[in-house]
Design a protein around this ligand. Structure first.
Ligand code: ATP
Length: 356
């Protein structure tokens, strides 16, 4: 854990004028490197295997240097040389997923954000406890498959990017689709439109939408393109397709920028504020970027089905800003906002408040 690792001690030994922003070459790394460079930082890309060539196609987002490793676990062994370069690591979805949450907690490098969140986020029950105790509405759970009497989503634990989820409308649908070798839970299928809200919380900024522990920002919103559910309608009814054993899947393949109706913004901020306030009570805070994955019903109510406590790939369409971040500062991506926060923390000697 962060305390045992003595992250504060590591930061003390750092040359603050030579901080290097590092992340794994994947997911949102183009945006992170581009944003870091715009804020005057050196950048380092950790390439798991041969990932370097693609950056030649995007020179403005090419890191200053690469560290090539053969597998994710090798990163854990190479931390000393990274610390010598004054590296601050920016975690993203692929980094945490493929290294593994438990391993990530042991990573002996200063990391942007609060790694204590991992315990709450990677366990679906704890995630639900956090959000519902914050007063955030989530899809209902159906404990017993025999009680399915409306559309539900059967979610396998540890599914990556919705792979293998399936929709059931009754018990016989469930029996047809279920793989009993895997752990699962059954969730009400919320009918509505999906919005993935990209927030940023700063415990050190003083101006903006103030909350108990700092300032909350909304940087952008996306909707995910999911294969094959998003295009499946072209083949006719799902019932017909089911007979041919063709089932919908929810594998993320891309992201589309969206804006939400303006009258929903107070609710958007209220939910973000609740998630952060409760995080401070439960485990010392949620700082930096995070995302609430939501569905808005035709009653204009939000249901949150997941929280991601770091930069999400849905921020990638906004390298040059979004309709929301444009109203704070032009050309502000989430990647750049992260770098700004680190810069502000260095200047005000508060790195310990945003790094763990
Ligand atoms: P990731 O970790 O990449 O976010 P995941 O495997 O945890 O993915 P979810 O994000 O929970 O999966 O869900 C995948 C997709 O399934 C969502 O993007 C959404 O399209 C759909 N979905 C999830 N929960 C619900 C729900 N309760 N009602 C309707 N659709 C849902």
């Amino acid at each position: 854990m962060a305390k045992e690792l003595d992250i504060a001690g590591m930061l003390e030994g750092y040359d603050k004028d030579k901080i290097t922003i590092a992340t794994v070459c994947s997911h949102s790394s183009l945006q992170i490197f581009d944003g870091a460079r715009k804020e005057g930082f050196r950048t380092l890309g950790i390439s798991v295997g041969e990932r370097m060539k693609i950056y030649d196609a995007f020179p403005k987002a090419k890191p200053d240097e690469f560290l090539k490793v053969d597998g994710y676990s090798e990163i854990l062994e190479r931390t000393e040389e990274l610390r010598e370069k004054n590296v601050i690591v920016i975690p993203h979805g692929s980094f945490v997923e493929y290294l593994g949450a438990d391993e990530f907690r042991k990573l002996a490098l200063p990391t942007f954000g609060n790694r204590r969140v991992l315990k709450w986020e990677s366990d679906r029950n704890k995630e639900r406890e956090w959000l519902t105790s914050a007063g955030i509405s989530m899809p209902e759970i159906v404990p017993n498959p025999e009680d399915i009497n409306r559309p539900v989503l059967v979610k396998y634990h540890g599914a990556k990017g919705g792979r293998g989820f399936f929709i059931a409308k009754d018990y016989s649908d469930f029996k047809l689709g279920i793989d009993h070798t895997k752990e699962y839970h059954i969730q009400e299928y919320v009918m509505g439109t999906r919005y993935y809200l990209h927030y940023f919380f700063s415990p050190i900024k003083t101006e903006g939408y103030r909350t108990k522990n700092g300032v909350l920002e909304l940087l952008s919103i996306d909707r995910r393109d999911e294969s094959n559910i998003d295009e499946m309608y072209k083949l006719g009814s799902q019932e017909e397709l089911k007979k041919m054993r063709v089932f919908p899947s929810f594998v993320v393949t891309g992201n589309i920028p969206v804006v939400i109706r303006e009258s929903l913004l107070p609710k958007v901020f209220d939910m973000g504020e609740r998630a952060v306030n409760r995080a401070y009570e439960l485990f010392g805070g949620l700082y930096g970027s995070f995302c609430l994955e939501t569905i808005v019903t035709d009653q204009l109510e939000f249901k949150v089905f997941e929280i991601s406590s770091r930069i999400v790939a849905g921020t990638n369409p906004f390298i040059s800003g979004s309709p929301y971040s444009d109203l704070m500062q032009e050309d502000l991506s989430t990647g750049r906002r992260i770098a700004q926060e680190i810069r502000l923390a260095v200047e005000t000697e508060q790195l310990g408040r945003i790094i763990s």
